[in-house]
Structures are given as C-alpha cells and as structure tokens.
Design a protein around this ligand. Structure first.
Ligand code: HEC
Ligand code: HEC
Ligand code: HEC
Ligand code: HEC
Length: 153
C-alpha cells in the first residue's frame, strides 16, 4: 500500500514539475527524512533494488549525522553550491540532469569528454554525487548492492 502511495505521489510531483516547473519542499519529504530514490520519470522500470537515501542523516549535525552542507549536493544552474537551510525548497536533480535512462558513451567521444557529457544523465549525476563522495571520504557505500538492495520478487 505504502509503495503505491509513493509511486502515485512521485507521479503527481512529476506532473506538477512538468506543468509548473515547481520545486520540491520539505513537506513532501518521506517519513524520517529518508527518501525513496525511485524516479519514475527517469526510469520506466528500475532494474536495481530501490535505494533508500537517508537525507536527514547526511546533513544532520554530528555525531548522529554526517554534517554535510546542503550545497555539497544542491547547486544552481551553473553548478555553484546553494546556501540553504532545513525547510528550504530545492529543484529536483532531473530538472537539469534531464536525460532519462542509462547513458552510453558514443564511440567517437573521448573518455574525458564523456566524463563531462554523461552528467546530462540523471543516473550519472546521482552516481557521481553519491559514489564520488563516498570514495573521497573513504566512508559510505561504493558497491552496487550496498546501495541497491536485492530487488523484491
Ligand atoms: C548528500 C547529499 C545531500 C545533502 C547534504 C542534502 N541533500 Fe537535499 N536532496 C538530495 C537528493 C539526492 C535529493 C533528491 C532529489 C531528487 O529526487 O531529485 C534531495 C531532496 C531534497 C528536498 C526534496 C525532498 C525532501 O526531502 O523534502 C529538499 C527540500 C532538500 N533536499 C533540501 C535540502 C536542504 C535544505 C539541505 C541542507 C540542510 C539538503 N537538502 C542536504 C541530496 C542532498
Ligand atoms: C538548476 C540546475 C541543476 C540542478 C537542479 C542540479 N544540478 Fe547538478 N549540475 C548543474 C550544472 C550546471 C553543473 C555543472 C556543469 C555540468 O553539467 O558539468 C552540475 C554539476 C553536477 C555534478 C558534477 C560536478 C560536481 O559537483 O561534482 C554532479 C555530480 C551533479 N551536478 C549532481 C547533481 C545532483 C545529485 C542534483 C540533485 C540533488 C543536481 N545535480 C541538481 C546543474 C544542476
Ligand atoms: C559529500 C559526501 C556525501 C555525499 C554526496 C553522499 N554521501 Fe552517503 N555517506 C557519506 C558519509 C560520510 C557516510 C558515512 C559513512 C560512515 O560513517 O560509515 C555516508 C553513508 C551512506 C550510507 C550508509 C549509511 C546510511 O546513512 O544509510 C548510504 C546508504 C549512503 N551514504 C547513500 C548515499 C546516497 C544514495 C547518496 C547520493 C544521493 C549519498 N550517500 C551521497 C557521505 C556522502
Ligand atoms: C552510493 C549509492 C549507489 C551505489 C554504490 C550505486 N548506485 Fe546505482 N543508483 C543510485 C541512485 C541514488 C540511483 C537513482 C535512482 C532513482 O532516483 O530512481 C541509482 C540508479 C541506478 C540505475 C538506474 C535505475 C535502475 O534501477 O535501473 C542503475 C541501472 C544503477 N543505479 C546501477 C548501479 C550499479 C550497476 C552499481 C554498481 C556498479 C550502482 N548502481 C552503484 C545509487 C547508487
């Protein structure tokens, strides 16, 4: 039941974004500050298990949280960090990293060019944000199954 509500909710949010370019805000956030990362606009179908992203824990104060500033993840239309406080609204990542689905490097493109170009894809922007920080911090999951649990059967 709950899953269905969230899907419905995401659809409604998705549609309102299409029509109004609306931002998303804290009231729309899931319980306990955990975001179910299931973007149905970017992916017709999720092949991997759904990532449960503990948003609040990432920005929350130490020792319970990781004390990461909002601007590490939320930036403006030139990629500059935004200065935000809890309760402020933000744009969804897909509004700018707007290519859906899985990226594939065009044969003629160099590795370096591709590393930049692939950020147009929602999936690549998310992976870069999450995984690069975990790698650099030497903390947090970097393996597929640590973020994507086994899909429900
Ligand atoms: C570690 C990365 C990260 C940090 C730090 C972070 N966010 Fe987010 N936030 C995200 C991601 C990813 C989403 C999901 C965006 C999407 O679905 O397009 C999100 C969603 C949101 C949303 C909409 C959903 C919800 O939870 O209500 C708001 C509002 C938001 N963030 C505000 C903030 C503010 C304010 C801060 C700082 C106090 C912050 N975020 C810190 C990554 C982060
Ligand atoms: C208002 C438009 C906009 C939104 C919304 C947005 N981005 Fe970006 N992002 C950009 C731009 C512009 C750049 C820098 C240019 C580029 O695409 O290479 C960038 C760069 C990035 C980069 C590479 C640079 C870096 O900081 O390491 C990552 C990763 C990234 N964004 C992830 C995200 C995530 C995750 C979200 C949602 C929480 C998000 N972006 C929301 C516009 C946006
Ligand atoms: C700027 C750095 C940074 C970014 C960006 C970031 N994380 Fe993390 N993440 C951390 C740190 C630090 C930890 C704590 C690891 C520890 O203490 O064991 C962590 C832990 C986690 C954990 C395990 C513990 C928990 O809180 O559930 C998960 C899962 C996780 N991150 C998912 C994500 C996802 C998904 C994203 C992208 C939407 C993301 N992270 C973005 C720094 C980051
Ligand atoms: C740090 C957490 C993290 C790790 C590690 C990670 N992913 Fe993801 N992945 C995400 C997030 C967040 C999304 C965006 C899902 C959404 O918003 O719908 C995503 C999306 C995807 C998608 C598109 C949606 C789907 O289910 O089809 C695929 C495919 C994917 N990841 C594969 C992988 C593979 C393969 C690995 C290991 C090489 C991996 N991921 C490692 C966080 C992670």
């Amino acid at each position: 039941m709950k899953g269905k509500h969230i899907v419905l909710f995401l659809t409604v949010v998705g549609l309102s974004m299409l029509f109004f370019g609306a931002s998303i805000n804290a009231e729309e956030c899931a319980d306990e500050g955990v975001i179910e990362m299931k973007n149905t606009e970017a992916f017709d179908q999720h092949k991997m298990g759904i990532v449960m992203f503990n948003h609040k824990k990432h920005y929350g104060a130490e020792p319970d949280g990781y004390a990461i500033t909002c601007g590490e993840c939320h930036h403006d239309d030139s990629g500059q960090p935004l200065e935000l406080k809890e309760g402020d609204s933000v744009q969804g990542c897909l509004e700018c990293h707007s290519e859906p689905g899985n990226a594939r490097k065009p044969a003629e493109m160099s590795r370096e060019e591709w590393d930049v170009a692939k950020l147009d894809y929602y999936k690549e922007a998310l992976h870069a944000n999450c995984i690069d920080c975990h790698k650099e911090a030497g903390a947090g999951p970097v393996k597929c199954m640590e973020c994507h649990p086994k899909p429900e059967k």
